[in-house]
Design a protein around this ligand. Structure first.
Ligand code: ATR
Length: 270
């Protein structure tokens, strides 16, 4: 069997093995996918050891996405732009290719839920790694505008400059998010602390969607706040499934049906 794994630290709660083994069963691909806790100071050693034991590819999660980026011989456009890799692939010539499917996962989850991106006015909260990973794919869908708002305004401004060649993107502080939006994506980690970024009351256009990259059994404060103001809401559980599907497709050349997994993981959260 071909071997794959997810590297993280900690990695015990990762849903990736269950997701990829379900994809393998469903598509009839014979592979084995496990979770490996790499030591914080030696990600490269863990990857090399895995390859020596027959590893063909790996998912990479916190805190190793930048380490993974640095060890690659070649990078996809998304990975290059993200400065981070969540999917490693060992090529036939022994070289390592890095890809980043986080943005593809986000956009696939939005499109699965019939959220229109083309021509939309989009607000993205945050300017960290999670947001950087999503911008290339979001801009590829040709929104009317994409505004980045962050607690540290200078980080959002710098990030917007890095992506300005790809579309109409602007960055600033929360006070600059002074229009109405069709889609508001929370890419901050504020939800983890139960915090809500300081947002104006009249943030949403008619029919707007609020999306949080985080997920849990209960809606995040951002999603609860958004629902009270009339937005449709989605958490980031579907993004997890779709980024995995994109990685699986990249490795195996077959597209899994993600529908059953979306329902199964949702049921397991409750
Ligand atoms: P990640 O990889 O999850 O994106 P990160 O790169 O550390 O993590 O970025 C965290 C993001 O969440 C940043 O945009 C951060 O804002 P700052 O750049 O101003 O630090 C944002 N963030 C974290 N905690 C927050 C809070 N309590 N309120 C508002 N924004 C918060």
């Amino acid at each position: 069997n071909d071997r794959y794994c997810v590297f993280g630290n900690p990695v015990g709660h990762s849903k990736s093995p269950a997701i990829h083994n379900t994809f393998a069963e469903q598509t009839g691909e014979s592979l084995e996918y496990t979770a490996i806790e790499a030591p914080l100071e030696d990600f490269v050693g863990a990857w090399r050891a895995f390859v020596a034991e027959g590893g063909r590819g790996a998912s990479v999660t916190v805190p190793f996405k930048e380490d993974a980026y640095r060890l690659c011989d070649s990078l996809s456009e998304q990975a290059q732009r993200a400065g981070a890799v969540n999917t490693l692939t060992l090529k036939a010539d022994g070289s390592v290719e890095g890809h980043n499917t986080d943005g593809i996962g986000l956009v696939a989850d939005l499109e699965r839920q019939q959220v229109r991106l083309e021509g939309a006015r989009i607000l993205v909260l945050g300017a960290g790694g999670a947001v950087r990973g999503a911008l290339e794919t979001l801009l590829s869908r040709r929104p009317a505008s994409l505004r980045l708002a962050n607690r540290t305004a200078a980080k959002a401004e710098a990030l917007a400059r890095d992506f300005a060649d790809l579309g109409p993107i602007q960055g600033g502080g929360y006070d600059a998010a002074d229009e109405r939006y069709d889609l508001v994506i929370n890419g901050t980690s504020a939800s983890l602390a139960g915090d809500l970024p300081p947002l104006p009351e009249d943030l949403f256009n008619e029919g707007a969607v609020a999306y949080d990259m985080m997920y849990g059994a209960e809606p995040t404060v951002f999603l609860a706040w958004s629902a009270e103001r009339g937005a449709s809401t989605s958490d980031g559980l579907g993004m997890l499934v779709e980024q995995a599907a994109a990685a699986f497709e990249h490795w195996r050349g077959v597209t899994p049906d993600t529908g059953p997994l979306h329902r199964k993981l949702r049921a397991e959260l409750d």
